[in-house]
Design a protein around this ligand. Structure first.
Ligand code: FE2
Ligand code: FE2
Length: 162
């Protein structure tokens, strides 16, 4: 039975992303260990996780204007998973088992490639994924390249002098 092990090199240093990836591993292992009677239910749970997992990363990419093909890859994988769900719901488990075989290599590649690049970028520009906002650096600058956009400002600013 295929099984995914959580390894230290899967940690990307963005706690919320790492927690989501641990959940991916748990959902995957539940799916890989499912028998014919509960495979469809475990696949539904895996698909629900995957949708939320990808939506979270897509939201962060949109918030920081992250360029590239990462979102498209999420969309493609989700389309495949949902297609296979329909087949499995109809009683055809063959492609479901193929998905179980292919997911570990996909996850290793995706995490060490696209997700690692996103995690590095989020950290380097000071984007706080808990608050989904930019945080000020120690020198007081914040936002991409320290440009200051998107940072919190004083709410009790004095009226500008006439
Ligand atoms: Fe991810
Ligand atoms: Fe991703």
């Amino acid at each position: 039975m295929p099984e995914l092990q959580w390894k230290e090199d899967l940690e990307l240093g963005v706690a919320r992303m790492d927690a989501t990836h641990r959940e991916f591993v748990e959902r995957y292992n539940a799916l890989a260990g499912a028998g014919p009677d509960d495979f469809a239910a475990r696949l539904d749970e895996f698909a629900a996780h995957t949708e939320a997992h990808f939506a979270q990363e897509n939201r962060w990419m949109e918030a920081v204007g992250f360029p590239g093909c990462h979102r498209g890859e999420h969309d493609r994988v989700l389309a495949v998973v949902n297609d296979i769900r329909k087949r499995v719901a109809g009683g055809d488990l063959f492609l479901g088992r193929r998905l179980v075989e292919e997911l570990p290599a996909w996850f290793a590649n995706h995490t060490s490639g696209m997700d690692a690049a996103l995690a590095f970028h989020l950290q380097s520009i000071g984007f706080d994924v808990e608050r989904e906002a930019f945080v000020a650096r120690e020198d007081g600058s914040c936002g991409p390249q320290g440009g200051g956009c998107g940072c919190a400002t004083l709410s009790a600013a004095p009226e500008p002098a006439a």
